[in-house]
Design a protein around this ligand. Structure first.
Ligand code: TRP
Length: 320
């Protein structure tokens, strides 16, 4: 199958190990197999907050994260919403294809509203999944590597593609989501891994910052280290993390540590993570922010050419 891969991230802060094992590693593998677009979803930042914040800084960080993990700008088109007017214009016809009731039923949107700290829910919160359909369909994307929370949005995209084709004739492929096979990594405090909770190792963290974070990780008092996700979630999460970094089974790492206790476990995890991140950190130092900006502006140019063609087809199909 000849896929076109599209995925992306909101530029809200540094990517961390949860992102890496959840989806980034997958992207690096896919770039050698299929044409791929990676979106810096800058307009999506203002769904759950009033202001874009340190947007330029966050975009630069995200780009350096992408380059550090080995996304190759010669193979991948890296681009941003705000530079592609024709992509954003697709939102208008697409919005006419979904009902207000459907917008309100999206489980991820509901969850984000429940966790929002905003005074009022804005209209973009309800409509950004349709904008995401424009992200995917402007390049006729067929494969969308995402985490579980994004599945409802891919469903919206499939609905938009199908309805557009039914009403106006065949223009769009109906894309599929692709989920990573990796186990879900929790944060170092046992909660959901998130940069805002300070429980995640950022890909850009130094060795010392990494060591300090892991030293502070929650464990338990049992000196015998065992892999038992139900009864010992924190210890097991650390073993999972070490296992992912070392390419080993967490059980075998637990056996190796045996009676060494939390201190030995943390020492092993710290070494495993720092060893794993070494080439990523090295590559990051090879790029300047000016390089990163150049990568984005080249990608924007390519993405825009693609968007112009698709918008033309959409307008023609609709009779505009
Ligand atoms: N909503 C995604 C996230 O928060 C980012 C995103 C925007 C995206 N547009 C996309 C992901 C299109 C996949 C496809 O992570």
């Amino acid at each position: 199958m000849n896929h076109v891969v599209l995925t992306g991230d909101r530029p809200t802060g540094p990517l961390h190990l949860g992102h890496y094992f959840g989806t980034l590693a997958n992207r690096v593998a896919l770039q050698d197999v299929h044409p791929m677009y990676v979106l810096v979803a800058d307009y999506q930042v203002i769904t759950d907050r009033d202001l874009p914040g340190a947007i330029q800084r966050n975009i630069a960080t995200l780009l350096l994260d992408y380059l550090a993990i080995g996304l190759d700008p010669a193979k991948v088109t890296i681009f941003q919403h705000s530079a592609i007017p024709e992509l954003n214009q697709l939102l208008l016809p697409f919005l006419s294809l979904v009902s207000v009731a459907e917008l309100g039923r999206n489980p991820t949107v509901k969850d984000e509203i429940a966790h929002s700290t905003q005074q009022a829910v804005n209209g973009l919160m309800f409509t950004y999944p349709v904008h995401q359909a424009a992200d995917i369909l402007f390049c006729k994307g067929t494969l969308v590597p995402v985490g579980k929370d994004q599945l409802p949005h891919v469903e919206v995209t499939r609905l938009v593609a199908r309805r557009f084709n039914e009403r106006y004739g065949p223009v769009f492929p109906v894309p599929e989501a692709m989920m990573g096979a990796q186990p879900l990594l929790k944060g170092l405090d046992g909660g959901k891994m998130s940069k805002s909770r300070g429980n995640a190792v950022a890909l850009s963290a130094t060795e010392d910052e990494t060591a300090a974070l892991i030293r502070g990780a929650r464990t338990d008092a049992d000196r015998l280290i065992t892999f038992d996700e139900t009864n010992r979630p924190e210890v097991s999460n650390l073993l999972t993390l070490a296992g992912l970094c070392l390419g080993r089974q967490p059980e075998s790492i637990a056996d190796e540590i045996g009676n060494g206790g939390a201190a030995a476990l943390k020492r092993l995890v710290t070494e495993a993570v720092n060893e794993f991140l070494r080439p990523i950190r090295r590559r990051r130092r090879e790029y300047s922010e000016a390089d990163a900006r150049q990568v984005l502006s080249d990608g924007n140019e390519r993405a825009r050419e693609r968007a112009i063609v698709t918008l033309g087809e959409v307008r023609a199909a609709m009779g505009f």
